[in-house]
Write a protein that binds this ligand. Sequence first.
Ligand SMILES: Nc1nc2c(c(=O)[nH]1)N[C@H]1C(S)=C(S)[C@@H](COP(=O)(O)OP(=O)(O)OC[C@H]3O[C@@H](n4cnc5c(=O)[nH]c(N)nc54)[C@H](O)[C@@H]3O)O[C@H]1N2
Ligand SMILES: Nc1nc2c(c(=O)[nH]1)N[C@H]1C(S)=C(S)[C@@H](COP(=O)(O)OP(=O)(O)OC[C@H]3O[C@@H](n4cnc5c(=O)[nH]c(N)nc54)[C@H](O)[C@@H]3O)O[C@H]1N2
Ligand code: SF4
Ligand SMILES: [Mo]
Length: 723
Amino acid sequence: MPTTHFHSCTLCEATCGIAVTVEGDRVLDIRGDDQDPFSRGYICPKATALADVHHDPDRLRHPMVRAGDDWFETSWDAAFELVAAGLKDVRRQYGKDALAVYIGNPSAHNLGLLTFGLPFFRSLGTRNEYSATSIDQLPHMLAALQVFGNQFLMPVPDVDRTDLFICLGGNPAVSNGSIMTAPNIRVRLKAIRDRGGRVVVVDPRRTESAALASEHCSIRPGTDAAFLLSVMHVLFEERLVRLGRLAPHVRGLGTLRVVADGFAPEVTAAATGLDPEWVRALARELASTSRAVLYGRVGICTQEFGGLAAWLVLVVNALTGHLDEPGGAMFTSPAIDAVPLAAAAGQLGSFGRYRSRVRGLPEFSGELPVSVLAEEIDTPGEGRIRALITSAGNPVLSTPNGARLDRALAGLDFMVSIDPYLNETTRHADVILPPTVHLERSHYELALANFSVRNTAKYSPAIFPRAPDQRHDWEICLELATRVLGGGSAVRALARRLGPEALLELGLRAGPHGLRKLRGSLSLARLKKQPHGVDLGPLERRLPGRAKKIDLAPRLYLDDLPRLRARLERQPADELLLIGRRQLRSNNSWMHNSPRLVKGKPRCTLLIHPEDAARRGLADGDTTTLSSRAGEIEVPVEVTDSIMPGVVSLPHGWGHHRPGVRLRVASEHAGVSVNDVTDEHFIDELTGTSAVSGLPVRVGVVSAADGSPAPAALTSPSAAERA
Ligand SMILES: Nc1nc2c(c(=O)[nH]1)N[C@H]1C(S)=C(S)[C@@H](COP(=O)(O)OP(=O)(O)OC[C@H]3O[C@@H](n4cnc5c(=O)[nH]c(N)nc54)[C@H](O)[C@@H]3O)O[C@H]1N2
Ligand SMILES: Nc1nc2c(c(=O)[nH]1)N[C@H]1C(S)=C(S)[C@@H](COP(=O)(O)OP(=O)(O)OC[C@H]3O[C@@H](n4cnc5c(=O)[nH]c(N)nc54)[C@H](O)[C@@H]3O)O[C@H]1N2
Ligand code: SF4
Ligand SMILES: [Mo]
């Protein structure tokens, strides 16, 4: 008899409710859960692919041990023994820092990894901790730390109540929103326009979000900080600054006035490519619209001035009175609240406490920028990384100069991957420990509820029981902790019995909707009775109470301004700048083994403007080379005026052709990895964040679509491009 179970899709940040119909061990159907109060039946095509992951014949179901190029299944006990021996050996011989950890994106969506994985990795005590943070939201977290004193105090656009939504470096129509958990964001954006408001997209590409917007404006990659300084300039010059209710609590206004002085829109126009009059009008509109918000996302983080840009987004919202106001940039009141928990656990955040060994890039909250991972492995000397744990990550495809990392991984003394797939990264492991996947485990949105446009809470039990010979991520991490770190066996035995649910219960009871509430307080038992989730209401004003301070002008950012000024003085060269793009049926690097997601036309194409294509003799469908200091790949081009002149775009997460990868479907739709061209030395020098956006690249013809050889003059880049 088929039965239907309610759960959440954990692939992206939108957290859509799903209704999963199963019979025996088969998934028959996955639909949107109409009764989920937050997502109301919405899902995107990726949710149904959870069934493909579940039934994927390539998914690993037993621990795997590598001998040369061959892989063998082994028992959990034997695998744990091997891993413990490998890791302990390296720590004993070379010290704690010789063992590195890389933590990937799915960790943020995984209750077990959040509750048991992260504490285990931290307790290894290595300086060589890495994660996807430094190629993603690090600038936002640093801005939260610098301005408010807590790395988790990242405001969320109150999209359901705003009348002006300015989107900078995000494409929510495809990504489904980020640091803005908002299922069915397309409808929420459309609603802004339906109630007479405006959506403005500022992006080098006329994106899918731009198609939904009232207006799109192209900006030159990497220049958002300059643009935002110009907005600030107009606010001061035209006396539009209104701090509102927060005025008595805000520091740094006088400094900002001085800073803004040199950045009139006319001064930054040559760099940004934005019409100064348009910038002035937008600043006025933002200041005069009572419910308005400026939202910046990954496109403003992973670029040369990501630190400045993320800070300036906060500043501009504050100066226009939109910080912590309905319709503006607000903070959540989640059932399990990361903000006080971080304070209690001494995890408010840190920056620059130490630096990386080879290049001296700064630590952020106990991790180093992933741009240095390869060099920390392949550069000889004291303190070199000898062993690596990867958990839920695929850095060979996801981090800049992945090809170098690919080579470096092959030279490690020992590597273990906690991952359900044998992919581009895990193929280098000595042992792979495959965890259960989504439908086999319970779920609560521990991390993303902190960044949601409404306060909600939902607990879902596992749909399929885990088989006796399977292990959850949290069980794997707990076992590794026991075997590698030893000690505390009574505590660990208790933790093993109770699992993540016990921590959930504690968190719920201690949270703002827990025991402090006289009526209707939340507990795990109550959540279990409401399988579609509980709506806890709209965002509320949380400042000044929630922040330790509101310092709009931290020294760190002021000191980075000369670097930006120098960039403005640089004449825009005749160069092409590379940006990325996300695609609705991709999920970073790891869902291309789902047949239903990869069907159709190849999607790993280089977008190029008709003028740039013509100058290089390129036609739609031709194959060309894309190269940088770091490397060169061959890509099919797609000629389109949706991309601004001087900019090209290639999605990330492709390149599944590497030998030894066990992803049959993905390998047939391999594509190429843009991160074989992105450069680990092209970073935001302030924060160490990888700048995968705005990288100068060369594009030259290799062969035409009809197979005819390309004219010789066009096969090599022009002198101007090479310079
Ligand atoms: N379908 C799908 N959804 C996803 C993911 C996925 O892989 N596929 N990944 C998830 C993850 S891990 C994340 S972090 C989120 C990210 O969510 P978003 O931030 O919405 O991600 P992107 O779609 O990459 O949007 C970035 C935008 O920035 C633009 N851009 C690039 N450079 C610049 C610049 O210098 N300035 C400005 N102003 N814009 C620039 C790009 O053209 C692009 O439109 O998406 C999540 N959702
Ligand atoms: N050029 C370029 N590069 C980028 C980006 C870009 O926009 N442009 N975006 C960056 C961003 S925002 C991000 S977040 C990173 C992502 O970078 P990563 O996190 O390194 O890569 P993913 O592709 O998310 O790989 C996820 C891995 O986790 C495994 N996995 C999936 N579910 C689970 C699970 O439940 N448990 C465990 N243990 N493993 C699991 C998958 O098999 C896969 O190996 O990529 C970054 N790289
Ligand atoms: S938008 Fe798609 S991938 Fe994201 S949670 Fe919803 S169904 Fe899953
Ligand atoms: Mo991300």
